[in-house]
Design a binder for this molecule. Sequence first.
Ligand SMILES: [Zn+2]
Length: 340
Amino acid sequence: MKAMILSGCGLLSVQPRPLSLVDIDTPKPTDNELLIRVSACGVCHTELDEIEGRLTPPHLPVILGHQVVGRVAECGKNVQRFRTDERVGVGWIYHSNGLPDENLSPQFAGTGYDVNGGYAEFMTVPETYAAQIPDNLTDTQAAPLMCAGAIGYRAIRLTGMRDGDPLGLMGFGGSGHLVLPTAKHLFPNSSVYVFTRGRSGQQFARDLGADWAGDIDSTPPETVQAIIDTTPAWKPVVESLKKLRHGGRLVINAIRKEEEEDKHELLNLSYHEHLWMEREIKSVANLTHADIVEFLPLAALIPLRPEVTTYRLDQANEALCDLRFGRIKGAKVLVMETIT
Ligand SMILES: [Zn+2]
């Protein structure tokens, strides 16, 4: 099979073609695994972290990609829940202990990180961690939902908010624009306020149903019960806490915060202004299989339709550079059928 492999880490600004196209043996599913013929695989910021060495994969070479959609090509002999040709998806969780907090377990294995992922024509996955894709989502629409969408859903759950509670979204990129319609669907009586830089981003938020949009340091019409922060910076943390109601919760949905850029902003943290009165901070780590299984039918029902730009498998380096340097808006998805 054809695959794009990562053999060494480095900055994309120095080495803009970190992945190589190779022809390798198609993996064989074990007794409890599915072999998936991949049709689409989303390109995620986490892959940039893997390539640039901020989240170095434990073994190299590795095949990246954890927003995978395809069809079952072969079932291991103990597989019970899936049949050949069924459409399935795989997200960041490749394997864990199956408990409700499996996202926090040392047994957690990440797709396209600990094990080979979806930048390839085929991949294997334990059947327990494959999810059915609803019929009314296309392969390319479903792919970005497997990570940004499903983790956004987890972040909404972790706010603990109830219908009618006002919600803030700090940052409005690939995740935020999926969280907004999801939150509006789950909590129809809640106002959603979006904090993002730039007029065009703010207008985009209003077009998608935000009740208000402004800069990250501006004051919303009311204080909010919860804020989901999807930015890589520290200033938004301080700004978010300022906008919370007493007893409110800030949920940080970012794998990492830039350590260098603006960490000094934390010196502006005032106990009385930002934390006093039982305001909380909670992070989101990974996701569980249940998050994906609950989220996909919800996404189909809403319906969520991510804006997608497609690339061939052998154009994965271009897709990664477009994501890294912000050249093309919307989710980037590799599509396998078109490779020659
Ligand atoms: Zn991801």
